[in-house]
Structure formats: structure tokens, C-alpha cells
Write a protein of this length. Structure first.
Length: 182
């Protein structure tokens, strides 16, 4: 009987950890990002529990799931999830709340970039590569910006994709300020 109670308390704290992460992150995360953060990078929740908790929180309406055509689903916290967290967040040990908060401070920008600044390339029949660069907005169904460029070779295409992650915001700002009249 004690094992069941212990598991139940563990399960509740794990759900609160995930709600706390989504609340502090302030942006919806893909399932892969959530699992990577909670299991591989930090060992806050084991893999199987993390998958189950995502489903359970979705089922009760504490998190929501966005689905856009051809894109990975993203999960964010709902108002009900925030209310639940506000009542029970003290059940998450303070040291763990600080650890999660510090992780988010150090990694939020990179996580946001990895989800919003997307790039890919395909090989063309002539041996060149078409590079597609996008800025996605989580709430929009179509990209905020999409650029297609022709790169002479695979190496150039790979470099363009790497540079996009670092420069997308500046490129968007320049294009917007140069082309759109306010």
C-alpha cells in the first residue's frame, strides 16, 4: 500500500514539475523538447513517466496541444494548468524550482530559436541545393517569413541553415523595416 501512495505522490510532483516548466518557459514546446529537457538533460522525470504525464495533463485540460499541418505538435500550459500550479507549486522542492528556473534562463532563447527559426535544404537535379528558411510563430498556421535560396553545393546549404539560427531575427527586422511602411 505504501508503494502505491509513494508512486501517487511522485506522479503528482512530476506533473507539477512539467506544469512549472511550461509556465516558466512561456512558449509552447514540442514533445521532443519536453522529453529532452525533463529526461536526458536534467533527469527530472523518467522517459516513460514524462510521456504518460503529457497525456494525462492534456486529458484533464491543464495543457493544450497545437497541431499545424506538417509540423511537430507543441504543448503549452492552460489557464486551468496555471491555477492548479499556483495552488500546489510548493509541493515542488524549492531547490528543484530554482534548478528549473535557472535551466530556463540559460536555455530559453536557444529553445525558442530551435522551434521558431527553421531551416531545411533539398538537392536539385542540377546538383545545387534549395535552402528553405522560415520563421514560425507558434500561434500562426503559416510562417511569419519564408525565404528560398539556391545554394551551389551541400556545404553551402548546411552553412546557410546554421547561420539562419543565429541571424534570423536580425534578417527579419532588416527586411521588415526596409520593405514594410509603418
Amino acid at each position: 500500500m505504501d508503494k502505491v501512495l509513494e508512486y501517487s505522490q511522485d506522479s503528482t510532483v512530476n506533473k507539477l514539475k512539467l506544469l512549472f516548466l511550461l509556465d516558466k518557459m512561456e512558449i509552447p514546446l514540442t514533445e521532443n523538447n519536453i522529453i529532452d529537457i525533463c529526461t536526458s538533460r536534467n533527469n527530472w522525470i523518467n522517459y516513460m513517466d514524462c510521456k504518460e504525464i503529457l497525456w494525462q495533463l492534456l486529458e484533464v485540460g491543464f495543457i493544450y496541444k497545437t497541431e499545424n499541418d506538417g509540423e511537430e505538435c507543441r504543448y503549452g500550459i492552460t489557464v486551468d494548468g496555471r491555477n492548479c500550479l499556483s495552488h500546489f507549486f510548493l509541493r515542488i522542492p524549492q531547490s528543484l524550482r530554482e534548478e528549473i528556473s535557472n535551466f530556463i534562463k540559460e536555455n530559453k532563447l536557444n529553445l525558442k530559436r530551435s522551434q521558431e527559426y527553421v531551416s531545411d535544404y533539398v538537392k536539385n537535379p542540377d546538383g545545387s541545393h534549395t535552402v528553405t528558411l522560415k520563421i514560425k510563430e507558434p500561434v500562426l498556421t503559416s510562417p511569419l517569413l519564408e525565404i528560398k535560396l539556391k545554394a551551389p553545393n551541400r556545404h553551402s546549404a548546411i552553412m546557410a541553415c546554421k547561420k539562419w539560427k543565429e541571424n534570423a531575427a536580425n534578417i527579419f527586422e532588416y527586411l521588415y523595416d526596409t520593405i514594410i511602411d509603418n
